[in-house]
Design a protein around this ligand. Structure first.
Ligand code: FAD
Length: 481
């Protein structure tokens, strides 16, 4: 259906809006309402936005500061791209709808599509219960995923890429009308600054986006930045994988450890079979815990964890350990701005970047692209600020923030001995019941995974019947010798 009644959609319950966004796919008769759309930033969020815009604009130009490699390769503009990047089912299904056959293409390039029978998820060493068909996870390196998505977007006849660093926006009649950029190789003092005339701009410049400053400098409201302390330390290493994916009893594992478990400071461990017959092993610690800067340190850190990790780490290492530190989760609030230019939206990490351990970043970006498709199908007045877009996006950001920031806020409050209000205490208690029940009740696991995989809204976990079931399952578990 090409037309979307935005007012009607936004009047629906939040979980229904979320599920509409999860299911958005391309339509044949999308309204062509934009002449030149420019996407600032050619990483995952920018590419997904460009795919959507290609149906609504005569031409789409992606402005990216980095040289974009033909083959999968790490690049400076995405400093996190050597770390594990789990593509949640919401993101994988979005890609498959908008770029049909991408999963198969990834598999043909050696990326395993790991089913539940070859995967383990464990809490403090106890595996999660499962029921039903479960979910497949496409396991590949972040650079390979990006190169596959970029290949699809670059093949669209009305999309082009321009190498340059965006430096600001120009405005006419309170709408964005120009993008200023420095052509490749230029620096801030370079006279070779250039300008493109535009009808619509998407900021996809990632966590370090300067959009808020540009708006402020031009007299518009600056979107408020909310921060939540979540100091995480990642260490990732690649190892050779001598066994073919099909012959592996286990091809992927995710293990979470609470401070009760003697894990040597490892809070999360993950290992995935990825392309090029490699294992990718990642260990994460909070605060002062830095689990491994060398392969030997990583090997000793996994010694007390699920034995699978030691099996992976016993293989021949490929390259060095790469570490990454992030201090906080962040989101910017765009819905309550009074003075904001028309023809401008922001997507991906530029809007919200969370504790990455929940793996929500790329799937959030996919749902932001769904917000863009839904907004443009609503035939909005493009000469007014894109408030309906930001209202839809807020539903997605709130949902992701509830999952990731909820856990971090609870951990912080517990560490600092903070007394929390009764309602919040109850919400956290309910979440603990659900998480504990996933160890014994496959139906609870399925409801939990649908939320953590961004297929359903977190409000679905507040269902009293589900909570009662979780409490009963937990009780049975405690009584089992
Ligand atoms: C350690 C870590 C692990 C993660 N793990 C996962 C995971 O498991 N699963 C998951 O889904 N997500 C994960 N993420 C999040 C994921 O990396 C991002 O959500 C994803 O890359 C989408 O981000 P983006 O496209 O918005 O921004 P980015 O990927 O940061 O890209 C921004 C782009 O903008 C370009 N750019 C910046 N400024 C300019 C400018 N002025 N002009 C032109 N171009 C510019 C940059 O070069 C870059 O290409 C992880 C993040 C971190 C930090």
């Amino acid at each position: 259906m090409a037309f979307m009644d935005l007012d009607h959609l936004l009047s629906e319950p939040t979980d229904a809006v979320f599920e509409t966004l999860v299911a958005v796919g391309p339509v044949e008769d999308a309204p062509l309402t934009i002449d030149t759309a420019v996407v600032l930033g050619g990483s995952v969020a920018g590419l997904m936005a460009a795919r959507v815009l290609a149906d609504h604009a005569r031409r789409v130009v992606v402005v990216e500061a980095d040289a974009l490699p033909e083959e999968a390769a790490f690049r400076a503009g995405v400093p996190q791209d050597q770390q594990v990047h789990t593509l949640l089912p919401a993101g994988q299904r979005w890609l498959e709808r908008w770029m049909p056959g991408l999963t198969r293409e990834a598999q043909d390039r050696g990326a395993p599509f790991v089913g539940p029978e070859q995967a383990i998820t464990a809490f403090d060493g106890v595996p999660q219960a499962s029921e039903g068909e479960g979910y497949h996870l496409l396991a590949l390196s972040r650079p390979l995923l990006e190169v596959l998505i970029r290949g699809r977007v670059a093949a669209l006849p009305n999309v082009s890429f321009l190498r340059g660093r965006a430096t600001g926006l120009g405005y006419r009649d309170d709408a964005v009308s120009h993008v200023h950029y420095l052509a490749a190789g230029g620096d801030a003092d370079d006279r070779d600054a250039r300008t493109i005339e535009v009808d619509f701009v998407v900021d996809a410049m990632g966590r370090a986006s300067r959009l808020a400053h540009w708006l402020d400098d031009s007299g518009y409201d600056r979107p408020a930045l909310e921060r939540l302390e979540a100091p995480i330390n990642y260490a990732t290493a690649l190892f050779e994988r001598p066994v073919k994916f099909a012959d592996l009893p286990t091809a992927g594992a995710l293990a979470l450890y609470t401070p009760r478990y003697p894990s040597g400071g490892v809070s999360v461990a993950a290992a995935q079979a990825i392309e090029d017959d490699r294992w990718l092993l990642m260990l994460m610690g909070y605060g002062d815990s830095r689990p491994g800067r060398t392969v030997d340190e990583m090997r000793s850190a996994v010694a007390d964890l699920l034995p699978f990790f030691a099996t992976v780490a016993a293989n021949e290492p490929v390259g060095d350990v790469v570490t990454y530190h992030q201090a906080e989760s962040r989101r910017r609030h765009f819905t309550d701005l009074h003075r904001f230019p028309a023809r401008l939206v922001s997507v991906g990490d530029a809007v919200a970047s969370f504790n990455p351990i929940y793996g929500q970043g790329m799937s959030s970006a996919a749902l932001h692209a769904s917000c863009l498709a839904t907004y443009l199908r609503g035939r909005p007045d493009l000469d007014t600020p894109a408030r309906a877009f930001f209202a839809l996006q807020q539903v997605v950001v709130d949902a992701a923030w509830a999952v990731s920031a909820g856990g971090d806020a609870a951990r912080l409050d517990a560490t600092n001995g903070v007394e929390v209000p009764e309602e919040l205490r109850l919400q956290r208690w309910a979440m603990e019941q659900i998480t504990a029940a996933t160890l014994v009740d496959g139906a609870v696991t399925d409801a939990f995974l649908q939320v953590t995989y961004m297929l359903r809204h977190p409000a679905t976990l507040a269902d009293p019947a589900l909570l009662a079931r979780a409490v009963a399952a937990g009780e049975r578990h405690r009584q089992t010798p």
